[in-house]
Design a protein. Structure first.
Length: 438
């Protein structure tokens, strides 16, 4: 809806003056120190990006525009009072900064429905890939193939003034987000249901339609996917998928290129692929123990065995968080409310009680607590989405909400191309030695 776009510009354009003032009058201000250790460990904690959509606090977890996940589950509009919040509402919040009302959310849902047509060549690209192609390979290829539809790219080549870059970026972002459920479901049905595809239902919400097109049409699955899409939507700007999207977008690549780059990062084992690692580990343990109702002692022994082999316990630990991930807690509460006596979820809860003390014993792990991946797959599996090689695609559909909302704001601010300096290892060694001598 056009009024959503206008409301975004009205709210966000006020930040342009603040951005320009900071850049002009305070560019020489020092806001932190950088250690060699931070650089050597992935630039952790170095302030270097502007991201309005969310912020990750090590001791509180993710906040979206200042709101915790618990607050979002209470405040964001739902289809019914006892359901889960609609992802459309979180997108509105991240983009504009305000909690939307029910009408705003329904209008975004309708807008995405009208934009959801996927060109035939996108399906042709997917079908041209070998059947053994990983789901994220197909997903990323499909996103890239949609770049032919980029309104921003056409406007840029036509010479549009840079102050309007945000406008056509917004149109691309809305079109892209709208089409992702159709693409994801197409890949799912191609891989696991012999290409028996299901047409979209324009009367359903964004996450509900995804469940429908995947062939999981129960209200229970729709409710779970609404929660899943909300809690996976963003994790501030420094995580790989968000940073990669921003980085490629900073070169004024069109949103399809930028988002595809983010998805290629999400596919890595240290990022979005972790949800698959958790499922592999859980089933490996069940097979090894030959028991789908193991005792606490058996689980503890298997955790120690995993660590003794130089492996990690997937789903535990986080680069930033130092507490139990609130996204894990939200899913655990969901399971307690709606799922009774599921063997796999019972094991997940046992691991939650057993793993942290064992991990702490090693003295090497700063955060022994569960993250979002520790339980997300078990919930999907319970509701019949058992093809866990596909779980990262679902993560990617969700992550579009945050990274693409940020990209629109990047273009409105006119953020420059990202270009940090780099030095050879000898330079850092020299700097360290110089400081030792002082």
């Amino acid at each position: 809806m056009e009024y959503i776009k206008n409301r975004f510009y009205e709210k966000a354009s006020k930040c342009i003056a603040e951005y320009e003032k900071l850049k002009k009058n305070h560019a020489d201000k020092v806001i932190g120190t950088i250690t060699i250790g931070q650089i050597m460990t992935g630039m952790k904690g170095i302030p270097g990006l502007i991201t309005d959509t969310s912020k990750l606090d090590p001791n509180e977890g993710i906040r979206f525009r200042g709101h915790s996940i618990a607050e979002l589950r209470e405040k964001l509009p739902k289809l019914n009072p006892d359901g889960e919040p609609l992802p459309e509402g979180l997108f509105y919040l991240m983009l504009i900064g305000d909690i939307p009302d029910h009408e705003d959310v329904i209008n975004i849902s309708k807008d995405w429905s009208t934009r959801s047509y996927v060109p035939q060549h996108v399906f042709d690209v997917i079908d041209a890939l070998p059947g053994i192609s990983k789901p994220m390979t197909q997903f990323s290829a499909a996103i890239l193939s949609m770049a032919t539809e980029s309104i921003f790219q056409k406007a840029y080549r036509a010479g549009v003034n840079k102050k309007y870059y945000w406008d056509t970026t917004y149109e691309d972002v809305m079109n892209l987000i709208a089409r992702l459920p159709r693409i994801a479901a197409y890949i799912y049905r191609r891989m696991f249901y012999n290409s028996d595809h299901i047409e979209p239902n324009p009367h359903l919400d964004w996450a509900g339609n995804l469940a429908h097109m995947m062939g999981h049409n129960s209200e229970e699955v729709k409710r779970l996917l609404r929660l899943y899409m909300v809690i996976h939507a963003d994790h501030e700007g420094g995580n790989v998928s968000a940073h990669a999207t921003h980085l490629v977008g900073s070169a004024l690549s069109n949103p399809y290129y930028a988002y595809a780059a983010g998805m290629l990062g999400l596919a890595g084992p240290l990022h979005g692929y972790a949800n698959q690692d958790v499922m592999n580990w859980l089933f490996e343990m069940i097979t090894y123990l030959d028991n789908d109702e193991p005792s606490n002692e058996q689980i503890g022994d298997y955790i120690r065995k995993t660590l003794s082999e130089g492996r990690v316990v997937p789903g535990y630990g986080h680069a930033v968080l130092r507490v139990t991930d609130p996204r894990f807690t939200a899913q655990q509460e969901f399971a307690e409310r709606y799922i009774k006596n599921d063997k796999l979820i019972n094991i997940v809860n046992q691991v939650h009680q057993i793993a942290p003390p064992i991990l702490e014993e090693t003295g090497k792990i700063k955060n022994p607590w569960p993250n979002v991946d520790a339980i997300s797959g078990a919930l999907l599996y319970h509701y019949g989405i058992k093809e866990y090689s596909f779980y990262t695609v679902l993560f990617g559909v969700s992550r579009s909400l945050g990274v693409l909302a940020s990209l629109v704001r990047d273009r409105l601010y006119g953020l420059p191309i990202e270009r940090p300096s780099s030095f050879p290892l000898s330079w850092f060694k020299q700097k360290a030695e110089e400081q030792e001598e002082q």
